[in-house]
Design a protein around this ligand. Structure first.
Ligand code: HAM
Length: 438
């Protein structure tokens, strides 16, 4: 019996793989414009990092981590998110002491969460994100949102809704948590088991409960905005007024609390429902954190960051026809040898053309010429290069334009120049004797 992929994982192939490349390359370029540097942390970390970083009260730590003992019986976890690992990387490599602050990093790769698989929700998925660490000012929060907005605009996702909220400083959050506890204590017996543990570990998380009956109770809960300290209010107002100055559209959502425990002050999510009506959940999310670096053994430093789900970006781009044409990179030239001698020549012809930057494939099988032409067409080639015994003896090839069906013989040493000319490209090196340079 064949072995299938693990439940909740998926194979990225064909057009989807090309689209992932397109998305990731675009995001990288934009991050570089914003002076972020790429970092590549390992996929696994000691479990303690996430327990302390993401928080014992989070759903991720309570029930979604892929945790196992390695052969030396150390508890190791496949990262369920990047932020904690990036903090570990920054602390361990002393990057806050050796760089201008904020230290700005971007990252991309797979993350693992044992969640119930459904539309837009996988157990292995890819995140692309950034963190800016070591500067507490609201301007850095805003720059992160501007970066995310620039990315979404560059992907032509114009209909994104940015939801933003503040979780305030410690003082505000503690007062709010007390108020929530007092409110939910009266309703807890009617609420789901998850909300019982949320009540103990982090009552803010109850606001995110998806159980419809619990959501009704949540509607009557106290609001964060009524518990904000003056300092937290001022900081949030500064963030909002900077966003206004920059014409970044947003909606304040005072029920937005985020599912990871490290957040403080500004939090935000990006939502996009595709024109076909598919709602994949948030396509990206993030926020400010002020205790995380210290909690993980580093200096007292605040940070801000966000992550996009690459699968979700791909899904909305595909649904709304926003992926550029030709991402699957069809080949340009198909080399068709007839006989063994011709095959050897075809291999060196292909190698030379590839060195000149052309996407080339060749036929390795002894099939009829008509069959080779069909293969060239299926592969989307613009030109066929035909090499028979005659051509081998005369040290030439036949170039056939598959659109116009025109064909001509070409000496081997002029092939790259002839193809460059056909393609309308610059000649190979300018020193050759091809006629179009004369
Ligand atoms: P998060 O909201 O847990 O935040 O995940 C960020 C994004 O990852 C989500 O908005 C979504 O697009 C995608 N995502 C999450 N779970 C799944 C899933 N099961 N399948 C597919 N895509 C998914 C974080 O991870 C934080 N570390 C973000 C952050 C960075 N905060 C500060 N810095």
């Amino acid at each position: 019996m064949a072995v299938n992929n693990v439940k909740g994982t998926h194979d990225v192939i064909g057009e989807e793989a090309s689209a992932f490349n397109y998305i990731e390359n675009l995001l990288k370029q934009i991050c570089e414009l914003f002076a972020y540097n790429e970092v590549r942390p390992p996929v696994m970390e000691y479990s303690e990092l996430f327990v302390r970083g993401v928080g014992e009260g989070s759903d991720i730590v309570r029930k979604e981590m892929y945790t196992f003992l390695d052969k030396a019986e150390r508890s190791v976890t496949l990262r369920p998110e990047f932020t904690a690992g990036i903090m570990r990387l920054i602390i361990q490599n002393k990057l806050l002491a050796t760089n201008e602050l904020p230290y700005k990093a971007y990252y991309c790769g797979p993350v693992f969460r044992y969640e119930r698989p459904q539309l837009g929700r996988y157990r292995q998925f890819n995140q692309f994100g950034v963190e800016a660490v070591g500067n507490n000012s609201p301007e850095v929060d805003v720059e992160a949102i501007v970066l995310a907005y620039t990315i979404l605009s560059s992907l032509n996702l114009d209909n994104v809704k940015i939801a933003i909220n503040t979780l305030g400083d410690d003082e505000s959050r503690n007062a709010y948590k007390e108020a929530l506890k007092a409110y939910f204590a009266k309703h807890l017996d009617k609420m789901c088991p998850d909300c019982h543990s949320r009540y103990e570990l982090n009552p803010l998380r109850i606001l995110d409960c998806k159980v419809p009956e619990d959501q009704e109770i949540v509607k009557g809960a106290p609001r964060m905005k009524d518990y904000l300290s003056e300092a937290a209010k001022n900081r949030f107002n500064r963030v909002l007024s900077l966003l206004d100055d920059l014409n970044i559209p947003y909606q304040v959502d005072d029920t937005l609390v985020r599912g990871l425990d490290y957040y403080a002050e500004t939090v935000f999510e990006f939502h996009y429902v595709s024109k076909t009506g598919n709602d994949y959940g948030a396509i990206g999310a993030g926020g400010h954190y002020d205790k995380l670096v210290k909690e993980l053994g580093g200096p007292d430093a605040a940070g801000v960051g966000f992550s996009f789900g690459v699968e979700r970006l791909y899904s909305v781009l595909k649904d709304d026809g926003l992926l550029p044409q030709g991402l699957d990179n069809p080949i340009e030239i198909y080399v068709m040898p007839i006989g063994d001698k011709a095959k050897a020549l075809a291999m060196s012809v292909s190698a030379n053309l590839r060195l000149s930057g052309y996407r080339v494939d060749m036929c390795y099988e002894d099939v009829k010429l008509a069959n080779m032409f069909k293969r060239a067409e299926r592969k989307g080639a613009q030109f066929a290069i035909i090499i028979g015994e005659d051509e081998v003896n005369k040290e030439e090839v036949v170039i056939k334009n598959l659109k116009t069906t025109e064909q001509k013989s070409c000496p081997l040493d002029k092939l790259v120049c002839a193809i460059s000319e056909e393609m309308g490209d610059e000649c190979c090196d300018g020193n050759c004797s091809c006629h179009h340079k004369e």
